[in-house]
Design a protein around this ligand. Structure first.
Ligand code: SF4
Length: 218
């Protein structure tokens, strides 16, 4: 970059280097799980009492993060869904089994989701999933750089469809259309952003269909 030797890396990754040099690779690998060694900064947000950044070993469960570190759910409501990688996530249905799943890359994949950046968003029963999708699609349509057609057009049209649903002007066909647009984008975008924009859309419609049905006219 600018004619100089350049390292492009995540600050979080670089902060792991000094303790690994000091204590050795074996020490670092003793933290975390067999699947994913080391520690991670879990960025906890959403309907929790104590949102924040928590540096914990990989393999900490969702339940430990939400209830021990995050203080539990606001007003002690039940947790309904978890987005493990922020807006880029598929929505995980927060069953007892899911809450007890270790947060490492392999284990979260068994829930048909990804840990990704570990920006864990917690959703309780006061939040409708169509509200969540309205938020995520406004973000992605704003962030799309417009270089490739599937993402540029897909995020634009998904945002307009979810706006219609969110404002009470949608019909059942709009939910099906939203799902179809997201599915058609998958595997066709130039970079990860376009792909990520579809994850929450597809998973929420498939796993929480009642939230969309109650938001649309029959
Ligand atoms: S997928 Fe990436 S390259 Fe394509 S429009 Fe979206 S942000 Fe740009």
């Amino acid at each position: 970059l600018y004619g100089k030797p350049t390292v492009v890396n995540n600050v979080e990754t670089l902060t792991n280097v000094p303790p690994i040099i000091t204590n050795g690779a074996a020490w670092y690998k003793s933290l975390g799980t067999e699947d994913t060694a080391g520690v991670k900064i879990f960025s906890l947000s959403g309907r929790v009492k104590k949102p924040g950044n928590y540096e914990l070993p990989f393999g900490t469960t969702f339940r430990e993060l939400i209830y021990e570190h995050g203080g539990g759910i606001i007003d002690d409501r039940p947790v309904r869904a978890i987005m493990a990688a922020g807006a880029s996530s598929a929505l995980i249905v927060a069953t007892e089994e899911a809450l007890d799943t270790p947060m490492d890359y392999g284990s979260v994949r068994t829930l048909n989701a990804d840990l990704g950046s570990a920006s864990v968003i917690v959703i309780d029963d006061t939040v409708s999933m169509e509200w969540v999708i309205n938020k995520t699609l406004h973000f992605f349509s704003h962030e799309s750089c417009g270089k490739c057609t599937p993402c540029r057009e897909g995020t634009y049209w998904m945002r307009h469809i979810i706006e219609r649903i969110h404002e009470g002007r949608g019909r059942q066909q709009d939910v099906e259309l939203l799902h179809a647009v997201a599915r058609q984008m998958q595997g066709k975008c130039l970079c990860a952003l376009g792909e990520f924009s579809t994850q929450a859309v597809v998973s929420s419609i498939e796993r929480f269909p009642q939230d969309f049905q109650s938001a649309v006219k029959s």
